[in-house]
Design a protein. Sequence first.
Length: 284
Amino acid sequence: MQRVERILEILRADGHHVTPLATQGEGTASSIARECVQRRADLILVAGGDGTINETANGMVHSDVPLGILPVGTGNVLATELGLRGAAEVYAGQVAEWLPRRISAGLLLADGGAVRRHFFMMAGVGFDAPIIQKVDPGLKQNVGVLSYWIAGLGELSRELDEFETLAGGLSRTCTFALASRVRNYGGSVEIARHSGLLRDDFGLVLFEGRKTFRYLEYLASALAGRLQETEGASILHAERAEFRPLGLEEVYVQVDGELAGRLPASVEIVPDALTLLTPPEFAG
């Protein structure tokens, strides 16, 4: 709370008229943002992590109200993509210098169409969704991104479920598919290196192999910048992709770091979806 108060003081000192609105639990940020849009807000600033940003942006899609990011979350994937790697208080004093950019979004249809949700960073199918589901909230609050690695270690002994990915006229059998609008994954590893928020497509990264230990090789290749050359990994660009289960086991999907549904599912690009404030040096 003290941090939020400092941010408000900085914004007000710069001449902004600010109305603070606190979320009241999961899912409430969307309705708050939607109400702000209806009230003709000039700008919505999110002091939060990627999950809160996703919820807020879902309440703003197809509006003209700009969205600004003040990173105070765990992974801060979107903030990292924008080059905002410091303290939120620092960036609160730079908001007036940021530029509005109109960007596309992703749209997930999951559970056979029962789930419909926009996303702004990535959708992950298969490998990473169960890890997100198993992250301990208390541990996440105490140790941050490390909590995801701890949850991931618990998955190393299991055999991964395969599913079919269809995109660009191609079909691949995968255990992990990442449809990404950003280069970095988890705020620290570049996987979709040629993706970008200013593009109108996804970087689609597909991984084969049912043994989880194989993902240690993929991680090493990504850290070395050689993922494209690694056997079992393929990278392409697409505006739409479908994911179909191949067995009886449920395969889950996450968007922007939050569990979102199950297969069958699809993702597609929604052009001209949102106005995002970016630092002047951001090149997309």
